[in-house]
Design a protein around this ligand. Structure first.
Ligand SMILES: Nc1nc2c(c(=O)[nH]1)N[C@H]1C(S)=C(S)[C@@H](COP(=O)(O)OP(=O)(O)OC[C@H]3O[C@@H](n4cnc5c(=O)[nH]c(N)nc54)[C@H](O)[C@@H]3O)O[C@H]1N2
Ligand SMILES: Nc1nc2c(c(=O)[nH]1)N[C@H]1C(S)=C(S)[C@@H](COP(=O)(O)OP(=O)(O)OC[C@H]3O[C@@H](n4cnc5c(=O)[nH]c(N)nc54)[C@H](O)[C@@H]3O)O[C@H]1N2
Ligand code: SF4
Ligand SMILES: [Mo]
Length: 734
């Protein structure tokens, strides 16, 4: 616990990847009555931390209310049942851990290490992530650790690695203050990275004309409403658009020949490919006008710095990695990289998905931006971890969806889910629901009681969350903030890293898993980053506590600073040749295009006031009042031809399932496309299991599923169907 005399307490917001600094105020302060929540418990306050270089005192409504979510509805003790048909009953931590250790040992003696898998989260602290890697990939000997970042950032990870030679967003938030063009593609920054979006808007207000804002999104989102140019392209046509822009840049010689010649490779193949993407063809496929295409190309071809910002509209696609390369290609042919105000900037979703990447938190990675496939990388990690050579398997482990398939096939003995709620967030939920009961031990480490995923668990472990454990998080601009422990964990909840370490010790690896504190875990992790692109070997909990948040690279000996750092300012990229790669990839379009039976494209995203599966945000009346229920956005033309009225209930069906939602007729969405939010899982009163509709087809390179699009049909709901609905949703709750 923190010293109660501490005058101010600073942390990073545990919601989105902007990673705003929070200043935390104790429930009781001088002269003021103690703040209490609905349940009478004292509640901390949170406000923007002016000293945090990433956010300069700004916060959004979620960050400001985060402390109101911390107490109610928590999972307080371990619960166990041998069969999913039995009720859950309290079990001691000791016995709970024994169950896990017993299963791991039985699997190692039976089917082997690959019968064990863990599915973790970008909401882990770096220390949780790091010890999960050490436990699975080192001690147990399986690379079956994947995280919800597979659904989120893996196309960006793969795209950076292919084009620039390594993962690692090269930009800084400072670039938002200096870009001449902000090219926002597949991102609703106004709702999902609100503090960064406000920074852009403030600039537009204060320095009119200094910034052109382009938004590429099939919906006229709050982000698009502020744009100078909105391109409402058809879903799944981003790569076509990017090639079309490249075509015009080349045709009009608005490119940087010197940069292409000196710093890149692959130009000939790329130039040949984009020849075929003529304006006429591109505008027809994307559903935009030639004027719009010409306008965006002119902006790219201008003199000012161009900053691209993207998130799930790009990454969550069967051609996510190719589209990321498509964005980076434009930066490379124009030399718009490694300069102030310019570069390809992937906006990270979760608060520590970046730290997860540094710690090796995907099934093909190892700590320090290493891969399991590389023998030198494995050896380096084995050495620091204190395992025999050969302990780490060279085979990439199962990705999130492959873990589901392995359960379906009866190949997994133990599925350990931590800090994610896959029974809401994975695609094709009916298949997921059918797969889980085929795994003999499903463990769920969770902060809150009664989540959707917990309904399918044999063993539930109560997790200490942000504010109840100390740990580091890295935000989108590579800035690391120490998040202190300032509240006691409720009930018997424990930090994830402590649980992973305890299982490691009980497996017999006492030396490898004995740590007195999270700071010690972090100190070991940073060693594994020395000399790598994501070098944080100069960081420690002490330094972060004393000097405040720091951006990487931060090798040993680096002076702490709040100045912005950028990667590749010398134009030496992380490829073997030092040159960046232009990548020529043919667009393929959606995996499940609309058809006669399913004529509409459903896309799925987020609301400003809610966080994912709402385990936290549903507890804040101010947030639930902002978004009382999930709404199906549909264009007036489509609504009319379907006979739908605003406010009526409609059924939305795909090849996999049917759900119900209330209709919101709006011109904010393009005809032929409908939108639903992702937030309302089957445990919510207004259940709207949108991911039951989605398919699991994924980008062949990043394995990121196409969570942004499925073909659906929409119908008016009859009265009889409505009566049937109540019993169906009750049945869904097991
Ligand atoms: N309020 C809030 N903020 C969040 C989160 C949250 O749950 N709530 N979650 C965080 C996380 S983990 C993430 S990953 C980010 C996500 O941040 P965003 O990616 O900004 O959010 P989404 O709403 O999922 O999707 C963004 C946009 O993609 C558009 N889109 C759909 N299909 C296409 C397409 O084919 N092409 C293009 N160009 N656009 C398309 C959608 O219309 C949507 O407006 O948000 C983070 N911030
Ligand atoms: N169709 C569609 N599906 C999507 C998306 C989409 O855009 N469209 N977006 C995808 C993306 S980008 C993401 S990131 C995922 C997010 O989906 P999830 O990861 O499933 O969503 P969360 O609600 O954030 O789940 C985090 C869980 O961890 C718990 N928790 C919080 N802190 C801790 C902790 O410290 N320890 C432990 N053990 N538990 C903790 C929370 O209570 C919560 O239940 O959804 C994906 N699914
Ligand atoms: S913008 Fe993101 S990090 Fe900042 S306060 Fe809001 S949710 Fe938290
Ligand atoms: Mo995400």
């Amino acid at each position: 616990m923190v010293d109660s005399a501490a005058s101010s307490l600073r942390s990073q917001c545990p919601y989105c990847g902007v990673g705003c600094g929070l200043e935390l105020m104790p429930p009781a302060s001088k002269g003021k009555p103690t703040r209490r929540g609905d349940d009478g418990l004292p509640v901390w306050g949170a406000r923007g931390d002016r000293q945090h270089p990433s956010s300069l005192g700004q916060v959004c409504v979620k960050g400001a209310t985060v402390c109101d979510t911390l107490d109610g509805g928590r999972q307080l003790q371990p619960l166990y049942r041998a069969s999913l048909d039995d009720p859950l009953a309290p079990i001691s931590w000791d016995l709970a851990l024994e169950r896990i250790v017993h299963q791991i040992k039985a699997s190692l003696a039976g089917k082997g290490a690959d019968a064990i898998a863990m599915y973790g989260s970008g909401q882990f602290h770096t220390e949780d992530y790091y010890l999960a890697q050490k436990l699975l990939k080192g001690a147990i000997g399986t690379n079956n650790f994947d995280a919800n970042s597979r659904l989120c950032m893996s196309s960006a990870v793969a795209g950076y690695a292919r084009s620039l030679g390594s993962d690692g967003p090269p930009c800084s938030y400072d670039d938002l203050d200096h870009c001449g063009v902000a090219f926002l593609i597949g991102t609703n920054m106004a709702e999902c990275h609100p503090v960064l979006f406000q920074r852009l808007l403030k600039r537009k207000r204060r320095q009119p004309g200094s910034l052109q804002l382009v938004v590429v999104d099939p919906r006229a989102t709050a982000t698009a409403a502020a744009a100078d140019l909105h391109l409402p392209i058809r879903p799944g046509t981003d790569l076509v658009l990017l090639h079309g822009i490249g075509h015009l840049l080349l045709r009009q010689a608005w490119i940087n020949f010197e940069f292409i010649e000196g710093e890149t490779e692959g130009f000939a193949a790329y130039a040949q490919l984009i020849q075929a993407w003529t304006p006429d063809r591109v505008t027809r496929i994307c559903g935009i006008t030639e004027e719009q295409l010409q306008a965006v190309a002119s902006l790219w071809g201008g003199d000012g710095p161009v900053l691209s910002l993207w998130s799930m509209g790009v990454n969550q696609s069967v051609e996510g990695t190719a589209t990321v390369a498509g964005i980076i290609n434009l930066h490379l042919i124009t030399g718009q990289i490694g300069r102030v105000g310019a570069g390809p900037f992937s906006l990270t979703g979760q608060p520590n998905a970046m730290g997860g990447r540094e710690a090796g938190g995907l099934s093909h990675l190892l700590p320090g931006y290493r891969t399991v496939a590389d023998p030198l990388h494995r050896r380096a990690v084995e050495q620091v971890w204190g395992f025999q050579p050969g302990a780490i398997s060279p085979a990439p482990g199962l990705t999130a969806w492959q873990q589901v398939e392995a359960m379906e096939a009866g190949e997994l003995d133990l599925w350990w889910v931590a800090a994610t709620n896959p029974l809401v967030s994975l695609p094709n939920l009916e298949r997921v629901k059918a797969a889980l009961p085929r795994c003999p031990l499903v463990v769920v480490s969770e902060a809150y009681a009664e989540t959707e995923t917990a309904q399918y668990a044999h063993l539930i472990l109560p997790a200490a969350q942000w504010s109840e454990k100390e740990g580091a998080m890295t935000n989108s601009e590579r800035r690391v903030t120490l998040c202190p422990c300032f509240r006691p964990a409720p009930g018997q909840a424990r930090a994830d890293w402590q649980v992973f370490a305890e299982v490691g010790r009980r497996l017999g690896f006492v030396d490898q898993f004995t740590y007195a504190s999270a700071a010690e875990v972090y100190a070991e992790f940073v060693q594994l980053t020395a000399g790598r692109l994501c070098d944080v070997s100069g960081l420690s909990h002490d330094l972060l506590r004393l000097e405040g948040p720091q951006q990487w690279p931060f090798p040993i000996g680096t002076e702490p600073t709040t100045e912005a750092r950028r990667l590749y300012t010398d134009w030496r990229f992380a490829t073997p040749s030092g040159r960046a790669r232009l990548i020529a990839e043919q667009p393929m379009g959606l995996a499940e295009p609309p058809s006669e039976a399913y004529p509409l494209v459903l896309t799925v995203g987020r609301y400003l006031g809610h966080w994912h599966t709402m385990t936290r945000t549903a507890r804040v009346p101010r947030l639930t009042a902002m978004h009382p229920e999930p709404l199906l956005e549909i264009h007036p033309d489509d609504a009319e031809s379907l006979g739908l009225e605003s406010g009526a209930l409609a059924s939305i069906s795909s090849r996999r399932a049917s759900i119900t939602a209330r209709v919101d007729i709006t011109e904010r969405i393009r005809p032929g496309t409908v939108f639903l939010p992702m937030h309302w899982g089957f445990m919510q009163e207004q259940a709207c299991e949108v991911n039951a509709l989605l398919h699991e087809q994924a980008c062949p390179i990043s394995k990121q599923p196409e969570l942004k699009a499925a073909a659906v049909c929409v119908r008016r709901r009859s009265r009889e169907q409505l009566q049937g609905k109540t019993s169906a949703s009750a049945a869904a709750r097991l």
